[in-house]
Design a protein around this ligand. Structure first.
Ligand code: FAD
Ligand code: SF4
Length: 564
């Protein structure tokens, strides 16, 4: 912690920041990565309600946990704080952005997005990132994976609805090398990870979105950040960047607060937060779409020549969460599982793509992906308890009747207890469906009374959301199930786990805040490399595209240094 000048300071350790840290450190640059959250070794993700209580990010209340929830007027956004950023809670799906969805609209004539890169530009970078994150399709052909009933239900229902389901790449380790997959085996790693702990192959527990306690996810801490640390990058956790400004001699000064965290443990409340300053030849903001845009907006006074496009192109990547619920007395369907146990298997196993007018294959409207989802067993138990009062009352009144009438009652309860656990279509019969796709990026991030705010509503994307919802309804129908919206929709709000934009790429400062390599127009060696640089929705799950863009940005930075 003593060094105060670096070649590069990186703010944030998500998909943008981690790739940059590794690539620059590997090339011999002195890198310091500042991450506001803590490190999460295997076993450190909270599970009990008591510990979950502190698992939110709110330093002013003394909370330094994983979940950072933002609530804006029409949209809520969930992101993560921790070493590895969103990878710690993501559902592991890595899909390349569709070639036709690198849209080129004329912004001065009412268009919304104009991508200065193409799929071909990103192809080698997608390849390189995939080599590190090792996505693999869900091994459904092997037992016990073949018993994943939500996968079976999703495939049958989407096929009947005329869609083509597929197994997307999941950045999860199911097996050692080419061996057959086995749950819960020690993973053989070529090099030790930064936590110095043994990881286990996926145990199918459905907890990917609350942090994997077995280290089965190939998250950024086990991959890029471990490699960056081995190359000498300094990873400082609990360090929240507050301000930065250009230096007269070139480069940037960065001021951050060090929070009183103990590694992976609760905050040490007796210790005060301390303020520190470091300097760097180049500064990379990778604090996520909300974090990086917020930092630039807050520090705008030090950057008077920033593009007026700052804050624009915000989108929730078309996120739409809905639910299908099996009817309690649905007729037996030989192709459908009797229960949809959403707690078995990784959170997402499968996807189906719905075409877009841009595909040029006769599709109309805006396209999207539909994916199955799951939830952890502790949530299923909570749902079970919610449904329990009925059977519990029956049991108690039966016993009361037996006692009162004096008739001999069977004193053994197993079957009655078993009945209390059966037939709950909330815990065992719900299939969450995640839609995401090509919505209209017309939101704007700004500061209101010093706080981040979003001007966004779904008006421009009304047809998109209607279409995504109607498709989910059709899938529910094919399952013989009832369809339910996310309850929050009734408050005219949406929830996104994929906030994007705010510092969009462009060909010049009229079009964007940064160029296609993430460098801020008019401010050499200041970069934004993360979801904020998207000029529109990725459409598919965005992490792989963020990482591929970061890999491309790192190439350019290194090339520039060699030339300079
Ligand atoms: C529940 C859930 C499931 C998801 N599933 C998928 C999926 O299956 N596939 C997929 O592609 N995407 C998924 N995502 C989305 C994915 O996580 C994000 O798109 C991705 O992480 C964004 O990467 P990023 O580099 O832009 O920023 P992030 O990953 O958000 O990283 C930003 C980092 O910066 C840190 N930071 C912020 N401000 C500061 C500051 N001032 N100082 C220091 N550090 C700071 C944060 O703590 C964070 O660690 C999911 C997200 C969630 C919440
Ligand atoms: S299903 Fe469980 S073990 Fe497998 S990756 Fe997800 S959280 Fe880890």
């Amino acid at each position: 912690m003593n060094q105060t000048h670096f070649d590069t300071v990186i703010v944030g350790s998500g998909f943008g920041g981690s790739v940059m840290a590794y690539r620059l450190a590997e090339a011999g640059r002195e890198v310091c990565l500042l991450e506001k959250g803590k490190a999460y070794p295997p076993g450190s993700f909270p599970r009990s309600p008591y510990n979950a209580h502190d698992n939110f990010w709110d330093p002013k209340e003394g909370r330094y946990g994983l979940f950072d929830l933002w609530s804006f007027h029409r949209i809520h956004a969930l992101v993560a704080s921790g070493l590895g950023g969103g990878s710690l809670v993501y559902a592991n799906v890595l899909v390349r952005k569709d070639e036709a969805w690198f849209v080129n609209e004329n912004l001065s004539q009412g268009g919304y997005e104009n991508w200065p890169v193409t799929r071909a530009d990103l192809e080698p970078h997608y390849d390189r990132v995939e080599q590190v994150l090792s996505p693999k399709p869900y091994p459904f052909e092997f037992a016990p994976y073949s018993g994943t009933s939500k996968t079976q239900a999703f495939w049958t229902a989407t096929k009947r609805a005329g869609l083509e389901p597929f197994f997307p790449g999941l950045a999860v380790t199911f097996a050692n090398g080419d061996a057959a997959p086995v749950p819960g085996e020690p993973i053989h790693e070529a090099e030790p990870n930064l936590h110095g702990r043994t990881r286990l192959t996926c145990r199918l527990c459905g907890e990917c979105d609350v942090g994997c306690n077995y280290g089965s996810k190939n998250t950024l801490d086990y991959t890029y950040l471990s490699a960056a640390a081995r190359c000498g990058a300094e990873l400082r956790t609990g360090c929240e960047v507050k301000s930065f400004a250009p230096r007269d001699v070139g480069g940037y000064t960065v001021t951050y607060v060090e929070h009183p965290l103990t590694a992976a443990g609760p905050a040490d409340e007796s210790a005060p937060s301390t303020s520190h300053t470091v300097t760097a030849d180049r500064l990379v903001l990778s604090a996520g779409a909300l974090g990086s845009t917020y930092l630039l907006l807050k520090n705008r006074i030090a950057f008077p020549r920033l593009s007026r496009r700052l804050g624009t192109c915000f989108s929730g990547n078309g996120d739409l969460l809905t639910f299908v619920r099996k009817r309690p007395n649905a007729q037996a369907d030989p192709e459908m599982p009797a229960v949809i146990d959403p707690t078995f298997g990784p959170v997402i196993t499968s996807a189906a793509r719905v075409g877009d007018a841009l595909d040029g294959d006769g599709s109309s409207g805006r396209g999207f992906y539909l994916e199955d989802a799951g939830f952890p067993a502790h949530l299923a138990w909570a749902l079970q308890v919610m449904a329990a009062p009925g059977p519990l009352l029956t049991l108690l009144s039966q016993r009361f009747l037996w006692d009162w009438t004096g008739k001999g009652a069977d004193p053994r309860l197993p079957s009655q207890l078993a009945r209390m656990l059966s037939g709950n279509t909330l815990a065992g019969g719900v299939l969450p469906l995640l839609g995401m796709g090509h919505d209209v990026p017309d939101g704007r991030l700004r500061l209101r009374a010093g706080r981040l705010d979003v001007d966004w509503n779904r008006r421009a994307s009304k047809d998109y959301f209607k279409r995504a919802r109607a498709t989910s309804q059709r899938v529910a129908q094919e399952l013989g199930a009832t369809f339910a919206d996310n309850p929050i929709r009734y408050l005219n709000r949406l929830v996104t786990v994929h906030p994007l934009g705010g510092c969009p790429m462009g060909r010049n400062e009229e079009e964007g805040v940064v160029d296609s390599y993430g460098e801020v127009f008019n401010y050499p060696d200041l970069c934004v490399v993360d979801g904020a640089m998207m000029p529109g929705p990725v459409g598919a799950n965005p992490s792989l595209t963020i990482a591929a863009l970061a890999d491309r940005c790192a190439d350019r930075l290194l090339e520039k240094r060699r030339r300079g």
